[in-house]
Ligand binder design. Sequence first.
Ligand code: FAD
Length: 585
Amino acid sequence: MTDTSGNGRSGHGTGSGHGVSHGNGSGHGATGHRAGGVGASGDGSGGVREEAYDYVVVGGGTAGCVLAARLSEDPACRVCVIEGGPSDVGDEDVLKLRNWANLLDTGYDYAYPIVEQPRGNSHIVHSRARVLGGCSSHNTLISFLPFPHDLDEWVRLGAEGWDAGTLLPYRRRLLNTIRPVAEQDRNPVAHDFVNAAVNALDVPVVDDFNERPFTEGAGFFSLAYHPASGTRSSASVAYVHPVMDRPNLTLKLESWAYRLLRDGAGRLTRVRVRYADGAEGTVRAERELLLCAGAVDTPRLLMLSGIGPADALRRAGVEVLNDLPGVGENLLDHPESVIVWETPCPLPPNSAMDSDAGLFLRRDAREPGPDLMFHFYQVPFTVNTERLGLPSPQYGVCMTPNVPKSRSRGRIWLHSADPADRPALDFRYFSDPEGYDERTIVDGLRIAREVAATGPLREWLLRETAPGPDAVTDEQLSEYGRRAAHTVYHPAGTCRMGGEDDEGAVLDPLLRVRGEEGVRVVDASVFPSMPTVNPMVTVLLVAERAADLIRGRTGPAPPRGYESDVPGHTPGRHTPGLMPGEEQR
Ligand SMILES: Cc1cc2nc3c(=O)[nH]c(=O)nc-3n(C[C@H](O)[C@H](O)[C@H](O)COP(=O)(O)OP(=O)(O)OC[C@H]3O[C@@H](n4cnc5c(N)ncnc54)[C@H](O)[C@@H]3O)c2cc1C
């Protein structure tokens, strides 16, 4: 049998513009054969060359970079990373944080369209980064520790062992430099947004959102970046760049994994790959195969390999190996909308990445944490409002209210067995029967107007351009808010962990794929439910803990006592990540 299915470069399963090749392309892949044993397979590979390593990491993204660095700490352990995108080393387009928006829908982006959304915006394109570091090389690097109550929810949903006391201590292991937006990057209009929110809503200013859990507040975000250079402290920069020359670490870049195969013992440890030059190969994990392709591509890869909901797989023409109904289900996101104001003149230019401040509110006092979040942009974000015929100001600002605990649930499925076909992404935005998500957006638009009508932000603004002053009733705001809706780009949950009695769980609480041996999932798809806050740091923490689970190690001992590891239980300053000068554990 000859597999002709594709890789990232030829557009298989990817978005537009994948002819882009930059930097060293397959350069690291070219050195990739040094560490692995190479031999001819005799078990279904069709004569394709097979290499073996101890661990094979599929996807050198946010989680994949953490695993690559941690597992290769042991020089005797051979680790291979198969990454669909190019290197980010020396690539200023990627490394300069403020350039993030220019990466959208380019060769660095798989840019997945979504299926029609009867109650939302069908035009949303879901960016998923195609570059070493994954979405941490493309995103805005806003960094929040997950709230303890969100992790409690994971445990209630069957993810035993993922409680706050176990997971949060891993923040001291994070290698990213995470810090509140630096003073020189704090734009006056963002300052005045924070002050207006405080004046209008009586919320506190938050100096460091990672100091302790909070229910409400406005302030500048913490970012994983280096303010002096304006560059990223992404997963690749923090974890992989410093160890790229380890002889036991092989990075195969611009290499696309498209099918998982069992080995002679029936373990799911082999992966079929198409390399940058079009050659095909099989890579085998002698210990474990680790799927880190993200919340879209990990379930896609499992389904292409016959692991997923049997009926849906048969409809797509895929032979069923393991009927796992939860694969691709439980698709979570943070949906958002937008409200835009024109300013009479250009705004001061300084910023870290144009959305440096935000606001959290708790509308329902029974909730353990915030139930409404806003990003404030010092640029007018009009991609969805223009489509509705609304004016696009040359200069302006916007607020994007989002639903931190969205109740709508979507799913991902395959159109066909062809790995080149992009999967169907159906977020089912605003479909929850109680109308909670829709209500949250309507509340958000109204509250945003309150903030904008309050000084000192008010003095900056000329007029509201989207939705504009004519939209006043709940119905009008809901209709506008849903049609102009966007995503905060946080898909998660599509291979969720869960307990033994949970038929929809894809993974056990040790991240092992049910009914399979030799394979785990480690990325945003493992989330049982969505954290209230932006999820990247949660992905990093999950990957740090996964590295311990894989190596059979226990987690970091809490040297200052359990309480000090759960921010809020003890007063004091706790910032995730290593700050300069802090001791590395
Ligand atoms: C534009 C944008 C802005 C965001 N902003 C923030 C933010 O400010 N703060 C925050 O907390 N979160 C943010 N997020 C979300 C956050 O970045 C992600 O939730 C997180 O990085 C996901 O990590 P992951 O490891 O699950 O997947 P990824 O980081 O996406 O890694 C997946 C990797 O797998 C590779 N891959 C996929 N399929 C294959 C295959 N078949 N073969 C080989 N390689 C493959 C990809 O190329 C990629 O490198 C943002 C996301 C985007 C897109």
